[in-house]
Design a binder for this molecule. Sequence first.
Ligand SMILES: NC(=O)C1=CN([C@@H]2O[C@H](COP(=O)(O)OP(=O)(O)OC[C@H]3O[C@@H](n4cnc5c(N)ncnc54)[C@H](OP(=O)(O)O)[C@@H]3O)[C@@H](O)[C@H]2O)C=CC1
Ligand SMILES: CC(=O)N[C@@H](CCC(=O)OP(=O)(O)O)C(=O)O
Length: 352
Amino acid sequence: MQVTFTAAVAGASGYAGGELLRLLLAHPQIEIGALTAHASAGQRLGAHQPHLLPLADRVLEPTGVEALAGHDVVFLALPHGASGEVTAALAAAGSDAIVLDCGADHRLTDAAAWEQFYGSPHAGAWPYGLPELIVDGARQRDTLRTAREIAVPGCNVTAVTLALQPGVAAGVVDPADVVAVLAVGYSGAGKSAKTHLLAAEALGSLAPYAVGGTHRHVPEVEQNLRAAGAAEVRLSFTPVLVPTSRGILATVTAPLAPGASAATVRAAWEDAYADEPFVHLLPEGTWPTTAMVTGANTAAVQVAVDERAGRVVALCAIDNLVKGTAGAAVQSMNLALGLPETTGLTTVGVAP
Ligand SMILES: NC(=O)C1=CN([C@@H]2O[C@H](COP(=O)(O)OP(=O)(O)OC[C@H]3O[C@@H](n4cnc5c(N)ncnc54)[C@H](OP(=O)(O)O)[C@@H]3O)[C@@H](O)[C@H]2O)C=CC1
Ligand SMILES: CC(=O)N[C@@H](CCC(=O)OP(=O)(O)O)C(=O)O
């Protein structure tokens, strides 16, 4: 008989919480426990997540230790800053649950960078939940196998990191001049960003935001590229909202390193991702699209060399709610529980 683990989801009424529940419903070794929310506490889940029919009549509880204690796993899908109190209360109550925070609070190791970009005191770093991250030639999954608290990455960060890290680790690109432009879907902003949900304004327009190096994901990408081996990272990062509900397409360029060639670049990406179950390096000459990965825990990656510009062009498409959040959380949970990393996760998308 298979062992089952209980999992609670805090923030179950939101986009990330809803996606966690969609994935956990398909996980053979998870039993879904408490579902919590904030303003929506006391309401049926079905009022907020009409697509999660098997859970429609479950009632949302207030987010707190009373509901969340006693589970094997607790997922936090809360606004930034809200997870610290919950985590501390769980620890005080003697909980030994594995806690996965989908928010940003515990991602950065550099307190000064946190305070600069988030403007609040640093809550401390947890092991970073990107199993494929190259860390000094090894992979982050080795750390996650023994982790009890895991910081799930930002969705844009995942796309940029998976696009470029093979080149940084192999020394075939210069990380001191990285330019990343991302097309991102609206669900990344969460349900509470009401202005983003005015369809009449959003549907006909592409809109950049956090322009000029101000996006909070800048230090997180830099941290990841340093882990992959960069001595110096300089990143220009510009996200552009596009009228789609899900998906991120990151286009990341950096100078070709002296002595590198199209062949060594291709080999670096092939070597990095040959054994990765969720990172798919596409056949040469084909390009990632968000449609390829919708609903799947897949990152679709491609790389090319722009010989005239002397730059490597790396692309990565992910579903921000799957590989960008909930899928990454479940993948990390599997590692921390000692389960096969791919349990309950699919690389099969939906189309059209
Ligand atoms: N959307 C995405 O693609 C990604 C999101 N994330 C992160 O995941 C987290 C959740 O994001 P997302 O689901 O998009 O956001 P949503 O706005 O869709 O959902 C937020 C959830 O948090 C609850 N909540 C709101 N305020 C509080 C509070 N003060 N205390 C406790 N709970 C509260 C809400 O409950 P109620 O409905 O009752 O108010 C809701 O369940 C964020 O930290 C986000 O940055 C990370 C990667 C990608
Ligand atoms: C469209 C949109 O606004 N997307 C969000 C990405 C959300 C995400 O990755 O979450 P964290 O904020 O937890 O890092 C953004 O760019 O800030």
